[in-house]
Design a protein around this ligand. Structure first.
Ligand SMILES: Cc1ncc(COP(=O)(O)O)c(C=O)c1O
Length: 344
C-alpha cells in the first residue's frame, strides 16, 4: 500500500524502538520521569521557550492552550480551515466555554490587515477576544508555509491589541525546514506553541506545548483536568527525543517528493492545486468532475490510499515511507484514474 492519507501513519524508526526499549522511566504525574524531563527540556530549547509540557495529543495541547489563554465567554480567533476550528470537535466551546471566531485566510494565511478589524477596542456589550491561533504549516490549506515575516507581523499585531497568540505548529518542523529557519525563530512572536512528534517525525504519539515557565506550570494543571496526566510515559518521550534529534532534516526529502507528486498529477483531466502551492509535504488537489470519494475508493483498490479535505479536495501527504518509486506509482495510478482508465 502507498499510504498518502497522512503523515500520522508513519511507523517509529529502528532508533526509536531501541530508545523506547531502554528508556529510563518514572511516574510523570509526580514529575519523576527522567526521559520526559529530557524531552521537555529539549523541546523548550528547540522552540526557544522557557518550558515545555508533554501531551498525549496535539488536540489536547491546543485545547489546553485555549483554556489557559481565555476565560469562559471569551473569543479565540482562528482561520476558517484551521485544525482547532474544524477538527477538534468543538473543544473550545465544550472544554473552555470559548467561542471561536473564524476568519478566512488566503491559502490559510491571515495577514495583519485581515486581522485588523478584530483588533479595534470592543465595547463591554461585546465578547472579549483574548486569543489568536495561527497554524504553520497550515494543514488543510495545502501544507502552507507562512512567510516568516507575515507570521511575525500578524502575531505582533494581535499582541499589540493585548491578545495572546498561540501557534498550532503540529508541523512546525516542516515549516522551519521549508522556510530555512529554526523552529525557535518561527515561535518567537508567540506566547505558546504546540509541536507534534507523531506526524512527519515518525514518533508513535505525543505533542509538546511550550511557553513561559508560569504558562507551563498552569498547563500541568489543565493537562490533568483534561485527563492527560500520564505515568511511565518515558517510553513515548524516548521516541520523541529521537524524532526531534534525527527526523527533522530529512523532511526536505518529503517536500521535494510532494512537489514531484503534484507536478505529475497537475493538469491531468483538469486537476489543479487547490491553493496554488506545494510548500511542504502536503498536496491538496482540486479534481473537478471526478468525485473525490469515488476517486479515492478506486485508487485504494489499486494500492494507493488518498485523503480528502472537508472542502471537497483530495489531500495527499508525503512522509518517510513514501520513496521516489511510490511517488511514481501514485502519479501513474491517479493519472490513469483521472482520465477514466484503469491503472496498469
Ligand atoms: C495542524 C494540526 N493541529 C493539530 C493536530 C492534532 O494532533 P493530534 O492528532 O495529535 O491530536 C493536527 C493533526 O493532524 C494537525 O494537523
Amino acid at each position: 500500500m502507498i499510504d498518502l492519507r497522512s503523515d500520522t501513519v508513519t511507523q517509529p524508526t529502528t532508533a526509536m524502538r531501541q530508545a523506547m526499549a531502554s528508556a529510563e522511566v518514572g511516574d510523570d504525574v509526580y514529575q519523576e520521569d527522567p526521559t520526559v524531563r529530557r524531552l521537555e527540556e529539549l523541546a523548550a530549547d528547540m522552540l526557544g521557550k522557557q518550558a515545555a509540557l508533554f501531551f498525549p495529543t496535539g488536540t489536547m495541547a491546543n485545547q489546553a492552550a485555549i483554556h489557559l489563554h481565555c476565560r469562559p465567554g471569551d473569543e479565540a480567533v482562528v482561520e476558517t480551515l484551521a485544525h482547532s476550528h474544524d477538527w477538534e470537535n468543538g473543544g473550545a466551546a465544550v472544554l473552555s466555554g470559548v467561542q471561536l471566531r473564524a476568519v478566512d485566510g488566503i491559502a490559510g494565511v491571515v495577514d495583519a490587515s485581515a486581522l485588523a478589524p478584530l483588533l479595534t477596542p470592543r465595547s463591554e456589550l461585546q465578547s472579549k477576544i483574548s486569543l489568536v491561533i495561527l497554524e504553520n504549516t497550515h494543514n488543510m490549506a495545502g501544507g502552507k508555509v507562512w512567510p516568516p515575516t507575515v507570521l511575525a507581523d500578524t502575531a505582533a499585531a494581535a499582541r499589540a491589541a493585548s491578545m495572546a497568540v498561540h501557534l498550532d505548529g503540529a508541523r512546525l518542523p516542516n515549516a522551519a525546514i521549508a522556510a530555512g529557519c529554526s523552529m525557535a525563530e518561527l515561535a518567537a512572536p508567540f506566547d505558546s506553541v504546540m509541536v507534534s512528534l507523531s506526524k512527519g517525525l515518525s514518533a508513535p504519539a505525543g505533542s509538546l506545548l511550550a511557553g513561559s515557565g508560569a504558562f507551563v506550570r498552569e498547563g500541568r494543571r489543565v493537562r490533568r483536568l483534561f485527563g492527560g496526566g500520564m505515568r511511565q510515559v518515558g517510553v513515548l518521550a524516548a521516541a520523541g527525543i529521537v524524532g526531534l534529534e534525527q527526523q527533522i532534516d530529512r523532511l526536505a526529502e518529503d517536500h521535494r517528493r510532494a512537489k514531484s507528486l503534484a507536478e505529475g498529477i497537475e493538469g491531468t483531466a483538469g486537476a489543479t492545486l487547490a491553493y496554488g502551492h506545494v510548500d511542504s509535504n502536503i498536496v491538496v488537489l482540486d479534481v473537478p468532475g471526478a468525485g473525490v470519494a469515488e476517486l479515492a475508493a478506486r485508487a485504494a483498490e489499486h494500492g494507493v490510499l488518498c485523503g480528502q479535505t472537508a472542502t471537497g479536495y483530495m489531500r495527499l501527504v508525503v512522509h518517510r515511507h513514501i520513496d521516489d518509486a511510490a511517488v511514481r506509482k501514485a502519479i501513474d495510478c491517479l493519472r490513469r484514474l483521472l482520465v477514466g482508465g484503469d491503472p496498469a
